[in-house]
Ligand binder design. Structure first.
Ligand SMILES: Nc1ncnc2c1ncn2[C@@H]1O[C@H](COP(=O)(O)OP(=O)(O)O)[C@@H](O)[C@H]1O
Ligand SMILES: [Mg+2]
Length: 377
């Protein structure tokens, strides 16, 4: 039942000069019941402000937040039936783990037995049974984070809100807590809204991800759809590591086929014959600036052919399971993700082949994807 609907949600902050900063710009977003929605974007794009408006910790300047069919703009945070987990955990230092988890329930005057049972259940779920008598200072970062999550769970809220809950943990702990939260979501089947700047967290945790920039929503879709069909150049560059390779150029029609031609004054332009999926909507872009995008795994390299454009190896990064080959066409620097066995000396000349299954094309002026929404052949 706990569907969250943001309608034209806006937040304006007064700034020092007396004018205002619009931190969230009339966003529309539906978070479905049981859904794990990730808000992702660079620092300052308005993620926390959005989450805090849902929680009731920040006044709403325009639009509405509805939880479970009820507009909550004027509803006190404690009456919204949400629980929020913060980056800094915000545990009470003088209370034990048990007391930290029980606190909100005591405030609500729940019967002692009910409190006890909820805290024990959450502790079991999170592997905290043996730590219930400890104070937060005697816990590791990961354990503290688990207590913060436990404190949210015992409240049995309609909606869980997480604001960068893993940012204070080391890389290894982050990965294991990430998995725990995902499993927790599967078990509780609750609606969760999770804020992060980390695109790997977004990709791995979200049922859907909402990519934000400058207070606006750039795209909302399941992770792989965002990865394969980014709505614009910003999303293409933000999601994926190494990022999507982007070649600037133009389109031309040659022998009835639409070709992308890299802008390259040295006469060594990469040329790509576009598949029907990309070629069909582009007639009006012929001669106009466009950007051709291909993921690092969509590029294969071969020893140089007799003629045709070439690229040069700039760096060979062995990652263990694979190798990142940094290449240049002379104009565009790009990365191919190739087999671990591949090793090329710097300066080697190669030819590249692009796998067009998931290649993208963007309008060079608006930066929006061309032919978005179409599926691979
Ligand atoms: N209390 C505030 N007063 C003024 N400006 C704020 C305040 N809180 C946030 N902002 C501004 O709003 C924008 C969005 O901030 P925030 O939501 O915290 O971004 P994020 O969580 O995506 O990093 C930023 O430009 C930030 O400086
Ligand atoms: Mg934030």
């Amino acid at each position: 039942m706990a569907k969250v609907i943001l309608s034209q949600l806006t937040k304006k902050f007064p700034d020092k000069s007396g004018s205002e900063v619009v931190a969230v710009k009339s966003i529309d977003l539906v978070i479905n019941d049981h859904e794990f929605m990730v808000l992702v974007g660079p620092s300052g794009c308005g993620k926390s402000t959005t989450l805090r408006m849902i929680a009731g910790l920040e006044e709403i300047s325009g639009g509405t937040v509805a939880i479970d069919g009820r507009v909550v703009n004027e509803v006190e945070p404690k009456d919204r039936d949400i629980a929020m987990v913060f980056q800094n955990y915000a545990l009470y230092p003088h209370m034990s783990v048990y007391e930290n988890m029980a606190f909100a329930l005591k405030l609500r005057n729940l019967p002692k037995a009910e409190i006890e049972s909820r805290v024990r259940d959450a502790a079991t779920l999170l592997g905290l049974e043996s730590l219930l008598d400890r104070k937060p200072k005697a816990l590791s970062g990961g354990q503290r984070q688990r207590v913060a999550v436990g404190r949210a769970i015992v409240r049995q809220p309609k909606v869980f809100l997480f604001d960068e809950p893993l940012s204070n943990l080391d890389a290894k702990m982050r990965v294991s807590m990430r998995t725990e939260i995902t499993k927790l979501h599967a078990r509780l089947a609750a609606t969760m809204i999770y804020v992060t700047h980390d695109q790997v967290e977004a990709m791995t945790m979200g049922d859907r991800i909402c990519v934000m920039k400058d207070g606006k929503i750039m795209q909302v879709a399941p992770p792989l759809e965002v990865y394969r069909r980014p709505a614009n150049l910003f999303v293409a560059g933000f999601i994926g590591s190494p990022p999507m390779n982007l070649f600037k150029g133009t389109l031309r029609v040659s022998a009835g086929q639409v070709e992308f031609v890299e802008e390259n004054s040295s006469g060594n332009s990469q040329v790509v014959v576009l598949p029907d999926r990309l070629a069909a909507p582009v007639a009006r872009y012929v001669g106009q600036p466009v950007v051709f995008g291909v993921r690092p795994e969509g590029i294969t390299v071969e020893a140089v052919a007799a003629n045709g454009p070439t690229v040069r190896v700039e760096l060979c990064e062995p990652m263990g399971a694979e190798t990142y080959l940094h290449l240049t066409s002379g104009v565009t620097n790009f990365i191919a993700r190739v087999g671990a066995e591949v090793d090329h000396a710097l300066g080697t000349t190669l030819t590249v082949t692009f796998d067009l299954t998931n290649a993208c094309l963007f309008d060079g002026r608006t930066e929006d994807a061309i032919g978005a929404g179409s599926q691979p052949a």
